[in-house]
Write a protein that binds this ligand. Structure first.
Ligand SMILES: Cc1cc2nc3c(=O)[nH]c(=O)nc-3n(C[C@H](O)[C@H](O)[C@H](O)COP(=O)(O)OP(=O)(O)OC[C@H]3O[C@@H](n4cnc5c(N)ncnc54)[C@H](O)[C@@H]3O)c2cc1C
Length: 312
């Protein structure tokens, strides 16, 4: 019985979270299939990318114009159709924003259970996931015949490359959903690395104001870093929720996290505490962020950020 990984991608590039989901899939068995659903422009290239990931034994490629929008309804329905053919014990993807929408929808279509955001696979039906912003770990057991899982990408390393040829098979697309359609795609495209795959992330808290953002962007460009923020910054309207890090935002584990003007609330730390090195810049020496920081600078960010830019 095989394991089905639902590929995640953007603009013709497979997202690194898919490489991490494949690592998790491999812990469950050796026959790992990847399902690529994309528009005709990108489907072939994405299938090739999926086939070149270590441990993948088969790629299903479904190309259709409506997959350009990557709607939850279309992706889940197509995955459900493939699972209905049989032969699968697991279906999984990352618990990214997309995974948080698709996997529960798929569970609804199948009328089955789902384990979300798991960080550890303890056995063929036993999974560990954090709750209360990582304050507790729960062990969940799934009894369903096809187990639906979403994995916390930062808990699994990305799978490497393989050179052996993998069979890429095309499947016919289902008709597009009648209940949903995308009206417009919003969000600024940026040349900076994505938060999910950046090696360095600069986190900004309320110690940073809107007119400080050009300096933060300059620092990020010098370091080839991504920018993330606390919820307080999103609530102030300084940047959109796409940048949010934490319990209700993105969970990251970069090599270096630089927290600027961030107090260190537990809900924020839930998203960044797995970073390999944490540097905190805060004018309050008592700020809780210093308790988990590897390096700390007590001082005013308005002086320290320009000094760092000048140094780099
Ligand atoms: C259910 C729930 C879910 C939540 N989910 C999230 C989440 O996912 N992500 C998240 O981030 N938060 C989340 N929060 C909010 C969280 O509790 C905190 O309120 C938030 O993280 C605080 O953001 P902050 O550190 O930017 O602001 P503050 O706590 O106000 O801290 C600002 C810090 O900046 C420092 N500072 C000020 N000026 C300067 C300066 N000039 N130079 C240097 N330092 C300076 C201050 O000393 C202070 O430590 C959630 C809350 C709840 C209740």
């Amino acid at each position: 019985m095989a394991i089905l990984v639902l590929a995640e991608h953007m603009d013709g590039r497979l997202d690194e979270v898919t490489h991490r989901a494949i690592t998790a899939a491999h812990l469950l068995g050796s026959d790992v299939h990847v399902l690529v659903m994309a528009c005709e422009t990108h489907a072939d290239a994405l299938s090739q990318q999926a086939g070149s990931i270590d441990g993948v034994t088969r790629v299903w490629c479904i190309a259709a114009p409506h997959f350009e929008a990557q709607l939850t309804e279309d992706i889940a329905a197509q995955a459900q159709a493939l699972l209905e053919r049989g032969g699968y014990r697991y279906a999984l993807m990352s618990s990214s924003y997309k995974g948080k929408r698709v996997m529960p929808y798929l569970a609804g279509l199948r009328n089955t259970d789902l384990v979300t955001d798991l960080t550890k696979i303890e056995g063929e039906d036993t999974f560990v996931r954090p709750i209360y912003a990582g304050g507790l770990l729960v062990v969940e057991r799934l009894k369903s015949a096809v187990k639906l899982l979403s994995i916390r990408a930062s808990a699994f390393p990305p799978a490497g490359a393989q050179t052996q040829a993998v069979s890429i098979e095309t499947l016919p697309p289902l008709s597009p959903s009648l209940t949903a359609r995308r009206l417009e795609r919003r969000g600024k495209s940026t040349s900076r690395p994505k938060l999910s795959r950046a090696r360095i992330v600069i986190g900004c808290g309320l110690g940073i104001e809107k007119n400080d953002m050009p300096d933060i962007e300059k620092l990020a460009d010098k370091l080839n870093a991504a920018i993330g923020v606390t919820r307080a910054v999103v609530e102030e309207g300084i940047v959109s929720g796409d940048y949010l890090l934490g319990q209700t935002g993105k969970i990251i584990a970069p090599e270096l996290y630089i927290a600027i003007g961030i107090s260190g609330a537990v809900q924020h730390l839930a998203g960044v505490k797995d970073s390999k090195i944490i540097v905190a810049i805060n004018k309050d020496p008592q700020a809780p962020i210093f308790q988990i920081a590897d390096y700390g600078i007590v001082g005013d960010a308005h002086e320290i950020v320009p000094a760092l830019i000048a140094l780099l």
